[in-house]
Design a protein around this ligand. Structure first.
Ligand SMILES: [Zn+2]
Ligand SMILES: [Zn+2]
Ligand SMILES: [Zn+2]
Length: 274
């Protein structure tokens, strides 16, 4: 059985409402509340796996109602600070927290940029029971007994190798593809034929026909269509747009309107895929 996947955060770097911002989209988000309120993108898979560890990780802990002491695998997409805030990981150190005696070690997987910043931030990885494992694009590895992770090169962050993740568990395969534009051909060729049950796709540019590092709605539709053409998505597969910026100028209801005719769902903070 697949573990529940909690979509903890669904915003791009500034959050929604964005820090300091008074644009129309942010003002409307303040008015409407609920699903308009978005924290920086991250996911929990059960209690033991997390994808990204950005500046809203503390808020996610409180929202989910569980601390991170049972976390065993932290998969980091890239080092941009909305996805990776290693200073907060250093609070796993004795003196800042009390780990239970039976707390499992935590393995952090990330590209060389993520590893470098982890080494700089973690004062005592051994006492913090943190192990670092460098990953690159187009790898497949086991993370614990029942999760197989495949990395796909994202079209993002030119100076480092940002990755998207395919998470395969008994009963479900999920693609997490935020912080990417429409993939380069090598990524499409790599995923061809991999069957995906749920694909979460970057929709940073909201309503705009914009691609490059991130995507707007027309490109999310193209992205899902290409996955379908390549045999990755079948009739029963789900597609969910996520990682939204206020600069995409679409509130939740407008995003639902844009995406519903394409059979694409719109993520919100706290969404749980059972
Ligand atoms: Zn991002
Ligand atoms: Zn704004
Ligand atoms: Zn990024």
């Amino acid at each position: 059985m697949a573990r529940p996947l909690t979509v903890c955060g669904t915003a791009a770097a500034e959050g929604i409402p964005a820090l300091h911002c008074t644009c129309g989209t942010c003002r409307r988000a303040w008015e409407l509340g609920g699903r308009e309120m978005r924290t920086r993108a991250a996911y929990n898979l059960g209690d033991d796996v997390r994808i990204d560890f950005g500046p809203d990780s503390h808020l996610h802990m409180r929202a989910v109602g569980r601390d991170y002491s049972r976390l065993e695998h932290l998969l980091v997409t890239h080092s941009h600070d909305d996805h990776w805030f290693p200073k907060d990981l250093d609070y796993r150190r004795p003196g800042f927290c009390v780990l239970p005696d039976d707390a499992p070690p935590l393995t952090v997987y990330g590209n060389p940029h993520v590893m470098e910043t982890a080494r700089a931030s973690l004062k005592d990885p051994v006492a913090s029971r943190i192990e670092l494992r460098e990953i690159r694009a187009f790898e497949t590895f086991e993370a614990g007994g029942s999760l197989t992770v495949t990395t796909v090169r994202a079209e993002h962050a030119g100076d480092e190798e940002a990755v998207n993740f395919i998470l395969r568990e008994p009963g479900r395969t999920v693609l997490i593809a935020h912080d990417t534009g429409y993939w380069e051909e090598e990524s499409w060729a790599f995923v061809a034929g991999i069957e995906i049950d749920v694909a979460l796709i970057d929709s940073t540019y909201g309503r705009y026909d914009q691609n490059g590092g991130h995507m707007g709605a027309p490109w999310v539709v193209k992205f899902a269509g290409r996955l379908r053409e390549l045999g990755c998505l079948g009739d029963a597969s789900g597609v969910i747009a996520t990682h939204f910026s206020h600069n995409g100028h679409a509130n939740h209801g407008e995003l639902v309107d844009i995406y519903s005719s394409h059979g694409i769902q719109v993520a919100y903070d706290g969404m749980i895929l059972e």
